[in-house]
Design a protein around this ligand. Structure first.
Ligand code: DGY
Length: 347
């Protein structure tokens, strides 16, 4: 005999209004969905209030998920689904200690982000940002053989730090542009048809373009600092589409200003967002900066939200999450400046 009353639907909190795609709408057909309504992102106290009593939390990579937030959510919380690949804002140990599954979005943004890495390589190396700036200042005079000269990518050696999905997608692009590709990964010494594994120092000293593809962890914070930049060729280009804290920005500016590095392109910075037009990063002519747009296409952002929603559905329906993050020690959010740990170099 049934009582005729139905159980309340689990609550799902979403940290932004108007997320792209149909994922949140689909969640709303099964669960009680409450989305943050402000135009600015919620501050931690606001996110904590939103999360109270929820069984699932859908957040962005820039939201901080720590013990106070998890405790504010309460004992019903079962899953935190990131609509991002990066997870440096999440205290995985705190989540694991509370039995909360944390998921992210591999597989759906690699190609789109690799396009931006390739765009940064071309912009920095061919000095396209500086050329557009000159045009806007009305400085396009007579054709000169020595104006706006950059360096070729064809025939250059592309060095990838990290060799996950985005790095592999960039390796394919690099090969298509006639580059030789090599990579360093601290634990997987795997050559493939596209790229050859090399030791970390060899990658720095022999690459014409170094592209960073590591998550931000205690192991990788500050990985590219003054000493590493000094090992690179003065004609080299550094590109970062991973996480800002992996590159020491002061050291990068010093290397560019001192003529010890040809150029650089950053889609990610240690502190984001950066809205001061006088920011020294924006003023350096050999540095191209983008506002963290690696995955920013309509289809990819919709796919990221959709995958986050799928992870929530899977856990709330009692199944395993398709894209869980390991709650391994040492995966806590990294401070932006910590001592380098030689193990990354795999030597
Ligand atoms: C990611 O997915 O990590 C991107 O940086 C967007 O958050």
């Amino acid at each position: 005999m049934t009582s005729g009353t139905s159980l309340p639907r689990p609550r799902v909190a979403v940290s932004r209004a108007g997320l792209p795609g149909a994922g949140v709408e689909r969640l709303a057909t099964r669960y009680q969905v409450t989305a943050w309504e402000g135009t600015a992102p919620p501050v931690p106290a606001e996110l904590a209030r939103l999360a109270q009593g929820c069984s699932a939390l859908l957040v962005l990579g820039t939201d901080r998920v720590d013990a106070p937030l998890l405790d504010a959510a309460g004992p019903d919380l079962r899953v935190v689904a990131l609509a991002s690949m990066g997870y440096d804002g999440v205290d995985l140990d705190a989540a694991a200690a509370r039995g909360v599954v944390v998921t992210h979005t591999p597989g759906v943004l690699a190609e789109t982000t690799a396009d931006i890495a390739m765009a940064l390589i071309l912009m920095a190396r061919r000095r396209l940002g500086a050329s557009v700036d000159a045009l806007r200042r009305g400085e396009w005079g007579a054709f000169r053989m020595d104006a706006f000269l950059g360096l070729d990518v064809q025939g250059a050696t592309l060095g990838l730090i990290g060799y996950g999905q985005i790095a592999r997608a960039l390796a394919r692009r690099g090969a298509g542009f006639g580059m030789r590709v090599q990579h360093h990964h601290p634990r997987r010494r795997d050559d493939d048809e596209l790229s050859r594994w090399v030791p970390f120092d060899e990658l720095l000293t022999t690459s014409d373009i170094v592209s960073v593809h590591t998550p931000l962890t205690h192991e990788t914070a500050g990985l590219i600092g003054a000493a590493e930049l000094a090992r690179m060729k003065p004609t080299a280009t550094l590109v970062n589409t991973g996480r800002g804290g992996v590159v020491d920005e002061d050291a990068l500016l010093a290397a560019l200003r001192g003529g010890r590095l040809h150029s650089a392109g950053l889609d990610v910075m240690a502190d984001e967002p950066r809205s001061d037009p006088a920011d020294p990063l924006f003023a350096e002519p050999r540095l191209v900066v983008l506002p963290h747009v690696g995955s920013a296409t309509e289809a990819t952002r919709a796919a990221m939200v959709d995958l986050a929603a799928h992870n929530i559905e899977a856990v709330l329906e009692g199944g395993p999450a398709p894209n869980p993050l390991p709650g391994a020690p040492g995966r806590r959010p990294a401070p932006h400046r910590v001592q380098k740990i030689p193990s990354f170099r795999g030597e």
